[in-house]
Design a protein around this ligand. Structure first.
Ligand code: NAD
Length: 245
C-alpha cells in the first residue's frame, strides 16, 4: 500500500485518466477526493465506496476560485490533511491558428493553465502547513513538442511545465515536490472523439505499437505521489510509448 493514509485530490477524475487514477490511488490505500464538473464523478466515487474504498466526489470547477477554496477547506476539515494534488482536469478546443477563435483560445487557457494555478494556489498552503505535499500536473506530449491544431492546448500544457519547475524551487524547501506527467496518445473520451483514420495513423507512429491506457498514466501519477519519488522534483515524466524522445 504505497499511499497508506494519504489524502489525495484528483481533478477531472469523473472519467478517463483521472478516473483510473482514483481507482489506482484507492487500491494503494489513499483517501481520494474527486473534483469534477460532471455528475458522473459521484458514480465513480460511489463505485469505489462500494468496493470498500474511501472516495468522495465534490462538484468543483477548476476555474472557480471560491468553489475551490470552499472544497479544499472541506477536505482539510474532514480529513485533517491534503497530501497529494493531481491537476489532471483538461479540455481541448482544437483548431488551426487561422481558424481558432479568441474564445477557443481563452477557454483552454482558463481550464488547462489557470485551473492548474487556481487549485495549486489554494491547496499549497495546506501542504506548507503540514510540511508535506506532492503536486502532480498533467502536461502533454503536445505541450513539449507542439501539435497541429493545438495552439491553445500546447501553450497551456507548456505553461504547466514552467509552473511545475518554478514550484519545485519555491516549495521544495517546504517538503513539497512538484512534477508533471506528459502523456502521449491515451485512449479516453478525448481521443475517442478523433476520426478512426487519424487515430490509426497516430498509433502507427508509436514504437510500442499500441495506444496508451489510462492506467499507464495513473501508474506514473502513483510513482510521483509515492515515497519512492521523494527525490524527484521539477521533472516532466514522458509516458508516450517512445512516440517522441
Ligand atoms: P477526459 O475528457 O476523459 O477527462 C477530463 C475530465 O476533466 C472530465 O471528467 C471533465 O469533466 C473534467 N474537467 C474538464 N474541465 C473541468 C473543470 N473546469 N473543472 C473540473 N473538471 C473539469 O480527458 P482525459 O483524456 O482523461 O485527460 C485527462 C488529462 O490528460 C487532461 O489534462 C488531458 O489534457 C491530458 N492528456 C490526455 C491525453 C490523451 O491522449 N487522452 C494526452 C495528453 C494529455
Amino acid at each position: 500500500m504505497r499511499l497508506h493514509d494519504k489524502v489525495a485530490i484528483i481533478t477531472g477524475a469523473a472519467r478517463g485518466i483521472g478516473q483510473s487514477a482514483a481507482e489506482v490511488f484507492c487500491r494503494e490505500g489513499a483517501t481520494v477526493v474527486i473534483w469534477d464538473l460532471l455528475a458522473e464523478g459521484e458514480t465513480t466515487a460511489q463505485r469505489l465506496r462500494n468496493q470498500g474504498f474511501r472516495c468522495d466526489f465534490m462538484s468543483v470547477s477548476t476555474t472557480d476560485v471560491s468553489g475551490i477554496e470552499t472544497a479544499a477547506k472541506e477536505v482539510y476539515d474532514r480529513y485533517g490533511r491534503i497530501d497529494i494534488l493531481i491537476n489532471n482536469a483538461g479540455i481541448t478546443r482544437d483548431k488551426t491558428l487561422l481558424k481558432m477563435s479568441f474564445d477557443e483560445w481563452q477557454q483552454v487557457i482558463d481550464v488547462n493553465l489557470t485551473g492548474v494555478f487556481n487549485c495549486t494556489k489554494v491547496v499549497a498552503p495546506y501542504m506548507v502547513e503540514q510540511k508535506y505535499g506532492r503536486i502532480i500536473c498533467t502536461s502533454s506530449i503536445n505541450g513539449v513538442h507542439g501539435a497541429f491544431g493545438q495552439t491553445n492546448y500546447a501553450a497551456a500544457k507548456a505553461g504547466i511545465i514552467g509552473m511545475v519547475r518554478s514550484w519545485s524551487k519555491e516549495l521544495g524547501p517546504k517538503g513539497i515536490t512538484a512534477n508533471a506527467v506528459a502523456p502521449g496518445f491515451i485512449q479516453t473520451a478525448m481521443t475517442d472523439a478523433m476520426p478512426d483514420e487519424v487515430r490509426n495513423q497516430a498509433v502507427a507512429t508509436i514504437p510500442v505499437r499500441r495506444i496508451g491506457k489510462p492506467d499507464d498514466i495513473a501508474n506514473a501519477y502513483l510513482f510521483l505521489a509515492s515515497d519512492e519519488a521523494s527525490f524527484v522534483n521539477g521533472h516532466v515524466l514522458a509516458v508516450n510509448g517512445g512516440q517522441a524522445l
